[in-house]
Design a protein around this ligand. Structure first.
Ligand SMILES: [Fe+2]
Ligand SMILES: [Fe+2]
Ligand SMILES: [Fe+2]
Length: 432
């Protein structure tokens, strides 16, 4: 029985989610963290309050959560990309973040992070006020794009070092003061960028811990209900990258919760397994969309990449204290009782009831939903596949018999969760 009542630090969680997003693209690696760090450092130069700095930190680490396709990702790396297209992911990021109460301001900052200043007309966009926070993220984001343009050379040429790039970046930013950026913010950045430590920090491999320390001063903690709400927001970021996965997580979370209830989990444990269900495929953010959407069987290489996803789910959630049990339940969903699952090869002795339930909920949902290369299986078909796996000693027979005895209930829970997810997907993809 789980009795502890963990309160999860919001910033730690946001930082881990941003680690997951940065897994998507080698080229944009650490982009979110650099933007957060630059934004908060500019805020320091300007003497903004701790509250404002916290908002900027969160907005920085989450600012591109609305980027779902590879095409959009390519656009991000172009310094003067046409803003019309960029507004689309900003608006989608806003849609994803806004329903989570503690992110109300953060969502507004994210919404306008590609609005140019244009001599002051950028204080408004489509009738909405654009806050200074958005303009700070706008600037920090473009600074990082200029820095990234150089990263390729840096990897090739060991002689290449970051301070040699400062003048070029400063000039480019100055040149755009007034049109792209608020002039006062550019001044603050120039002051900041004359300090070497800033450049050493953003190119350092310990940027993550530098950022984490920055956020420590004001720890916002989440209770179980808030954690659940945040995990619901994040399952959309995970699932909406492909229409084939758009409702997968909702189905897994709902079936896992149903099975947990039937096997005697407490109210609280049921909430926990729902959170775990929402986060189980977090590491899928590291799998390219082309693989998720491939309309045929995967090659060996592609399958190897897919295999990394529960590993990344685990490692990304690992640093968050209070989330240990949820992480086990979430990230061991491809482990099997015969120790032939992946990536840890845990067996019967290591897999708790929560992890066993998640494995069943995941397969059950996966085989009943449509995939690019096949239609979803019927209830009966699904059940016989699961029973066979249990007979072979791979899945827990107790969980399978619970599912079998209560099939209609679990199945209708799954459908009731996946239908609204599918409508929500259509809405979010429509924005912008
Ligand atoms: Fe962006
Ligand atoms: Fe960005
Ligand atoms: Fe998975």
């Amino acid at each position: 029985m789980i009795t502890e009542n963990p309160r999860i630090p919001l910033f730690d969680l946001a930082l881990s989610l941003c680690d997951a997003m940065d897994l998507v693209s080698e080229r944009l690696a650490s982009h979110h963290k650099c933007v957060a760090y630059t934004a908060v450092s500019i805020a320091d130069e300007l003497g903004l309050s701790n509250e404002q700095k916290n908002q900027l930190l969160l907005a920085g680490v989450l600012h591109d959560s609305g980027v779902l396709s590879e095409k959009e990702r390519d656009d991000l790396a172009i310094f003067d990309a046409e803003t019309g297209r960029l507004h689309q992911h900003a608006e989608r990021g806003y849609q994803l973040l806004k329903d989570f109460k503690p992110f109300h301001n953060v969502a507004n900052i994210v919404r306008h992070h590609h609005v140019s200043w244009n001599d002051g007309t950028g204080s408004e966009h489509k009738g909405e006020e654009v806050t200074m926070g958005s303009h700070i993220i706008r600037l920090a984001d473009r600074i990082d794009v200029l820095r990234l343009a150089d990263r390729v050379d840096m990897l090739v040429d060991k002689e290449h070092e970051v301070l040699g790039q400062v003048e070029r970046i400063q000039n480019e930013i100055r040149r755009n003061a007034g049109n792209m950026f608020v002039p006062e913010l550019v001044d603050a950045f120039i002051d900041l960028s004359n300090k070497e430590y800033y450049w050493f920090d953003i190119t350092s491999s310990s940027l993550r811990s530098v950022l984490a320390r920055r956020a420590k001063s004001e720890t916002i903690e989440l209770d179980m209900e808030e954690l659940l709400a945040l995990s619901k927001m994040f399952r959309q970021v995970i699932d909406f990258r492909s229409r084939y996965t758009a409702t997968h997580t909702s189905g897994v979370a709902a079936s896992a919760e149903g099975l947990a209830k039937l096997s005697g989990f407490s109210e609280r444990e049921c909430r926990m397994i729902e959170v775990a269900g929402n986060l189980h495929d977090l590491g899928k953010l590291a799998v390219p969309t082309e693989i998720l959407e491939k309309p045929a069987a995967l090659t060996r290489r592609e399958y190897n990449i897919v295999k990394s996803h529960p590993f990344y789910s685990f490692r990304v959630l690992e640093p968050i204290s209070g989330l240990e049990v949820i992480n086990e339940w979430a990230s061991f969903h491809h482990e099997r009782l015969d120790a032939k699952g992946y990536p840890f090869h845990y067996g019967e002795a290591d897999l708790s009831m929560g992890s066993r339930i998640m494995a069943v909920a995941d397969i059950f949902t996966a085989i009943t939903e449509d995939r690019p290369y096949r239609e979803g299986m019927s209830g009966e078909g699904a059940l016989s596949v699961l029973k066979e796996m249990a007979a072979k000693g791979r899945l827990d027979p107790e969980v399978i018999s619970l599912l079998s005895l209560n099939f209609d209930e679990i199945n209708s829970r799954r459908i009731a969760a996946q239908e609204p997810a599918s409508r929500r997907y259509a809405d979010v993809m429509d924005t912008g």
